[in-house]
Design a protein around this ligand. Structure first.
Ligand code: AMP
Ligand code: MG
Length: 661
């Protein structure tokens, strides 16, 4: 799409600083509204909050024990306790009270108001009960009950005085404060059910004929509307109120109607899509017609197509359609504007320092580069560099100035996080497997997956982009008798000359033919003449199948080429197991290749032809990290062995570490 967007030049491309100035100069009309406490999280307070009560409202016990006059206990000790008469008991919230005199005690629970006359609470652990009975038997008779106190208490001990937490008349929260978890707690404890908050209405709309609301059914060529929801979440994280106007088709009249409605109801409009200079993109023209166009296009990559304008005096920012670009432009330009308008600073850390994990070549243009941030290491996450793809793989972005042409691995960079992100613990590449999900669940670690196939796993671990990779790449080796056999992963490591890596032996995995349920095929020998979906070259599954097929061909006195020539689609290359299963279910193919797990998940028939070794390739330093250790521990655990789905099993080599210097 970048391609299309660059087809036509923008008329007045503005520099980044200028764009910031234009946006920060936009009018911001704020209202105030009453907000119930249960909906107040993240909102900005529009009034000073002055408490009308003390918290706590009365002096209360902070321990279970006995309310006493401290003076009565001064002389006591472990060996000579003082005996006090119990005149009653007080539970929290009972509403009862007592008047306590010298020589008396009231049994008191944590949170109960201190009785009049008392000035300390003796902890129950420092007392013993003494029952005075005529017969010498122990009896519970409150009237004659005494308590023995073994430790002198001090004035005010274990008592929280009225107003110690919050004093009546105090300004507890100031206007402009963003309401977080703690602030909500404070408001509740002073009895506020609702507060005045700033009301900055931001209307959000997505444009495009291809968009479908999440939850709906996709037809061919359609995609789900991601931007409405990321933008809504972003707006709310800033403390403003998001109002969703939904999807509007690529129709000027429909767009105009919706923009008009939004302009009459909101203080800011955010649209996405239809901003580039291509023929079908109209946002900039519409804004020009309906109001005033302030800028079209910012000199930044990506997200160059940004439109800024006013409709009926209401600012509108037209963001790019691409979800990652749209979010980056939101974070870089819109969020600061919202925070400034609301008078808040971002109270959570949205910038974090990291070390670049790979070399990166820039284009000599101001750039926002999406990155993943994993244990302090920063990895490019843009499609171009092929490392992590798009929004799901990125935690934030770094800004690269036009002067920078090359960033070396090891450079310290500052990451602008996409809000409060939860960062992954380990970055995985290589092949996908159900066993990985189990490892993630059992270890409590969070994995970021970059499914690249086995070969991609070897290269990304050696390049340092990934922490570890799931690999199942077999190589054909000859034993002493000249018999051909498969050896997993080790020959590839040697061939590539990888150093500073560890191969951790994983588990065994059944591979086989995947067939539609009613299929009559019974094995590899039945494949000639059939329509077949193979896996991509570079995947371990493909390599294993090639080996099995050449064995079979040899038995039949054929070459591999001769045997596979008659299998339609043998040279195809589905990039994932799902891509193999879908056509089989839809009757578009007669057979495919994959694991037992994927067959079961897709409701397909499975005929096993081999059991392979699924291993993990790690960079050596990863093994030393707590995350690496936890991973290894989980792999070798009984819970893992017991929890593996059918078709996967641990064996005597599971957890074995082979080091390559
Ligand atoms: P546009 O700026 O309208 O040309 O859109 C650029 C790209 O972003 C296209 O591939 C659109 O399909 C995609 N896109 C536009 N809006 C959205 C959206 N709300 N959610 C996800 N993708 C979108
Ligand atoms: Mg569009």
């Amino acid at each position: 799409m970048e391609h299309k967007q660059e087809r036509k030049e923008f008329r007045n491309l503005v520099q980044v600083e200028e764009a910031r100035q234009i946006i920060n100069g936009l009018p911001a009309i704020l209202g105030r509204k009453k907000t119930g406490l249960e909906n107040a999280l993240g909102k900005v307070l529009a009034e000073d909050i002055i408490t009308e009560i003390n918290v706590p409202p009365f002096s209360r016990a902070i321990m279970d024990g006995y309310a006493v006059q401290a003076e009565d206990t001064y002389a006591c000790s472990e060996t000579s306790p003082v005996k006090l008469r119990i005149i009653g008991e007080l539970a929290a919230g009972s509403g009862k009270t007592y008047k306590l005199c010298g020589g008396e005690a009231v049994e008191i629970a944590t949170g109960a108001p201190l009785p009049e006359g008392a000035n300390a609470v003796v902890k129950v652990e420092d007392t013993a009960l003494y029952f005075q009975t005529g017969s010498g038997l122990l009896e519970k008779d409150l009237k004659s009950q005494k308590v023995l106190v073994y430790r002198p208490s001090t004035l005010g001990e274990n008592v929280m005085k009225a107003g110690t937490d919050i004093l009546k008349g105090e300004r507890v929260l100031r206007k402009g404060r963003k309401l977080g978890v703690r602030e909500i707690g404070v408001l509740a404890s002073i009895g506020k059910a609702e507060v005045l908050t700033l009301d900055f209405q931001v209307g959000i709309l997505s444009t495009g004929d291809e968009l479908i609301r999440p939850g709906g059914k996709l037809s061919f060529g359609q995609i789900y509307d991601a931007n409405s929801y990321t933008l809504k979440a972003g707006v709310e994280e800033c403390g403003a109120c998001a109002r969703l106007y939904g999807i509007v088709e690529d129709d000027e009249e429909a767009m105009q109607t919706l923009l008009k409605a939004a302009a009459s109801e909101c203080s800011l409009i955010l649209s996405s899509g239809s901003t580039s200079a291509g023929a079908g993109d109209v946002m900039y023209r519409l804004i020009g017609e309906m109001g005033e166009l302030l800028a079209h296009g910012i000199n930044i990559k990506p997200g160059k197509p940004v439109v800024i304008g006013l409709i009926k005096g209401v600012p509108i920012i037209g963001l790019p359609g691409n979800p990652t670009s749209s979010l980056m432009i939101f974070n870089e330009f819109v969020a600061p504007f919202l925070r400034k308008a609301l008078g808040t600073k971002s109270e959570f850390k949205i910038r974090e320092k990291g070390i670049l994990g790979t070399n990166f070549r820039s284009e000599g243009r101001q750039q926002l580069l999406p990155v993943g941030l994993i244990r302090g290491k920063v990895y490019p996450a843009d499609r171009g560099s092929g490392a992590i793809t798009s929004l799901a793989g990125a935690d934030g972005f770094i800004e690269i100035s036009p002067e920078t042409e090359f960033l070396e691995a090891g450079t310290s960079v500052e990451v602008n996080l996409f809000g409060k992100v939860q960062k992954p613990d380990l970055l995985f590449s290589g092949g996908s497997c159900l066993g990985l999900d189990l490892l993630e669940d059992l270890s409590g670690l969070s994995f970021r997956m970059l499914f690249t196939g086995s070969s991609g796993g070897f290269s990304s671990v050696s390049a340092g982009t990934a922490d570890l990779a799931g690999v199942n790449l077999p190589s054909v080796v000859e034993d002493k008798t000249g018999k051909k056999a498969l050896l997993y992963n080790v020959p590839t490591i040697k061939e590539l000359g990888l150093s500073e890596v560890v191969l951790v032996k994983g588990y065994k995995r059944e591979q086989g033919l995947l067939l539609p349920l009613g299929s009559k095929l019974s094995g590899l020998m039945d494949l000639p003449g059939k329509r077949f979906i193979n896996r991509n070259l570079g995947s371990g599954t493909r390599a294993l199948l090639d080996f099995k097929v050449s064995e079979l061909a040899a038995e039949k006195g054929l070459s591999f080429k001769e045997f596979t020539a008659s299998i339609q689609g043998y040279r195809s290359g589905a990039k994932s197991e799902v891509a193999v299963c879908d056509p089989l279910r839809e009757g578009k193919a007669d057979a495919g290749v994959g694991t037992r797990g994927s067959a079961e998940k897709a409701g397909l028939k499975f005929i096993k032809f081999a059991e392979e070794e699924f291993d993990f390739l790690l960079r050596k330093e990863i093994l030393k990290t707590p995350e690496g250790q936890k991973f290894l521990e989980t792999l070798s655990s009984e819970a893992f062995a017991a929890g593996l789905p059918s078709g996967l099993r641990v064996y005597e080599r599971t957890g074995e570490c082979l080091e390559f210097e």
